[in-house]
Write a protein that binds this ligand. Structure first.
Ligand SMILES: [Zn+2]
Length: 492
């Protein structure tokens, strides 16, 4: 009997701890909006104007290639001419520098040069449209068709929309006689999609000039409607960090010979086993990194999720299982392993003397390139497999930018003004963006694209029928119209 009482007491204590932790966890999530004393009213904008500018930009095929010799510089010149025509005030009152290949840096001098400038960015290049899917597009990928309430084509979501929205906002601010307190930069690389040199060149130049930036915003995560499992309403994830990147080549050489007298394992078998070991031993999940995101998102979570997130000590396994089940959230939990290339063999009756594979890793903040290589070596545990990093493409995860500073809170305030009721949270950018280079000259680098997206919209990025609604495009202009005023203010 005394055991039963003890057990009952223990259960009650656990329930009490769970309840208190849930209360504290949910309470700590709320961040009040940040006021701005004076701001200009939103421009009275015909939504067709930014739509037509975006449509014209989409029609110029600024596709970037792994081999820059294949790029067409005339296309980037044409896009620059289009921007000049569409934004005459911007092009007379801001200074523009053009870099090799077509990257751009605009400078809008602020009133107080002792204040650290801010920078808005969006790349000009796009990925090609796969020729085998052309017949699946409702409107051709470079038509820029304005139909059914959408602007259609490559770059409409990634990310000419952001470039056009920033420029549209600046043009309207100039028309209203606005002068920023801080200097405002706009940077736009021509080769982001091929991990090119445009952005690093701009950063190197700013560094050489001794520029230190108060804050940077680049393309990134969006406002999601019903994408995250277990959450209701709109959720805006603002990426405060970005995963690292590493590709490893696995090679093995063996004697070759005739396939009638094979050794117990051929080169193909050895590399296949190495890959299998990597896939059967994924990198461990780390809920620590995503904890701030789920804390901030907790007001939008179901009661069960709230309780679980506040009590990872008890429900960690359950939460991990739930998040790992969805590809949208699984990749934020750990360093991912993706075998992407496999080469071997020349003839069906010849033993391959060489087999090689490439495995791509996206590294979770908190881990390192060296740590990943070490783990891969120990998991494969086979001296016959040579492991070599592909040095041209590897970098560490980005530092984490703060989510309790004015720069971040101005973003969330504007999101909540334009999309009332949205829950905002800091999160991890899973893909790579040019913004990673800017950590060299700023402690506050954010990746956010103020577009309201549903699950199917996300699949259109780099895919078929990429499109943005006129309403999203219009709101994006308003977002930057407000954010530029806030970020360039003295108190930022
Ligand atoms: Zn992009």
């Amino acid at each position: 009997m005394p055991y039963l009482y003890a057990l009952l007491a223990l259960v009650l204590v656990v329930i009490l701890v769970v309840a208190i932790r849930t209360y504290i966890f949910t309470k700590s999530a709320a961040q009040p909006p940040l006021p701005l004393e004076s701001s200009l009213p939103d421009p009275q904008l015909d939504p067709l104007v930014p739509a037509q500018h975006l449509s014209a930009a989409i029609q110029i095929e600024t596709v970037s290639h792994e081999d820059p010799a294949q790029d067409d510089p005339e296309k980037f010149d044409a896009l620059h001419r289009l921007l000049e025509d569409a934004y005459p005030r911007l092009h007379t009152q801001l200074t523009r520098e053009v870099f090799d290949g077509g990257s751009l840096l605009y400078t809008w001098r602020g009133r107080d040069l002792s204040l650290e400038p801010v920078l808005f960015m969006a790349h000009q290049d796009v990925v090609p449209a796969d020729e085998f899917t052309l017949d699946k597009w409702t409107y051709p990928p470079f038509s820029g068709a304005i139909e059914e309430g959408f602007i259609w084509g490559r770059g409409s979501l990634d990310i000419k929309c952001q470039l056009i929205a920033i420029m549209e906002a600046v043009e309207n601010l100039l028309a209203a006689g606005f002068t920023p307190e801080r200097t405002v930069y706009i940077s736009s690389a021509h080769d982001e999609e091929v991990l090119g040199l445009g952005a690093p060149r701009i950063v190197a130049l700013l560094k050489e000039r001794g520029v230190r930036l108060q804050a940077v915003i680049d393309e990134g995560t969006a406002i999601l409607d019903g994408v995250l499992p277990g959450f209701t309403g709109y959720t805006a994830a603002i990426a405060v960090t970005e995963k690292g990147y590493l590709s490893l080549k696995l090679t093995t050489e063996s004697g070759g010979g005739h396939s009638s007298t094979p050794a117990p394992e051929t080169s193909i078998g050895i590399i296949s086993r190495a890959i299998d070991r990597l896939q059967s031993n994924p990198f461990p999940h780390n809920l620590k990194v995503t904890e701030p995101m789920f804390r901030a998102f907790s007001p939008a979570a179901s009661t069960l999720m709230k309780v679980a997130f506040a009590n990872l000590w008890l429900f960690g396994g359950l939460v991990r299982g739930r998040l790992a089940a969805s590809p949208e959230t699984a990749a934020s939990l750990h360093t991912t392993t993706a075998p992407t290339i496999f080469h071997s063999g020349i003839k069906e009756n010849v033993l391959p003397s060489l087999a090689e594979a490439v495995v791509n890793f996206r590294i979770l903040p908190g881990e390192t390139v060296a740590g990943v290589i070490e783990r891969v070596r120990s998991v494969i545990n086979d001296e016959r497999v040579k492991i070599t990093p592909i040095h041209t493409s590897q970098w560490e995860p980005s530092p984490v930018s703060p989510s309790d500073c004015p720069a971040y809170r101005h973003i969330t305030t504007v999101v909540q003004e334009l999309y009332p009721g949205t829950t905002c949270a800091p999160n991890i950018m899973l893909g790579a963006t040019d913004s990673r280079h800017y950590h060299a000259i700023s402690d506050r680098v954010y990746r956010f694209t103020p577009i309201l997206s549903r699950k199917l919209d996300l699949e259109r990025i780099h895919g078929i029928n990429e499109r943005i609604s006129l309403e999203n495009m219009h709101n994006m202009v308003l977002f930057f119209h407000r954010l530029i005023q806030r970020w360039s203010s003295q108190k930022m």
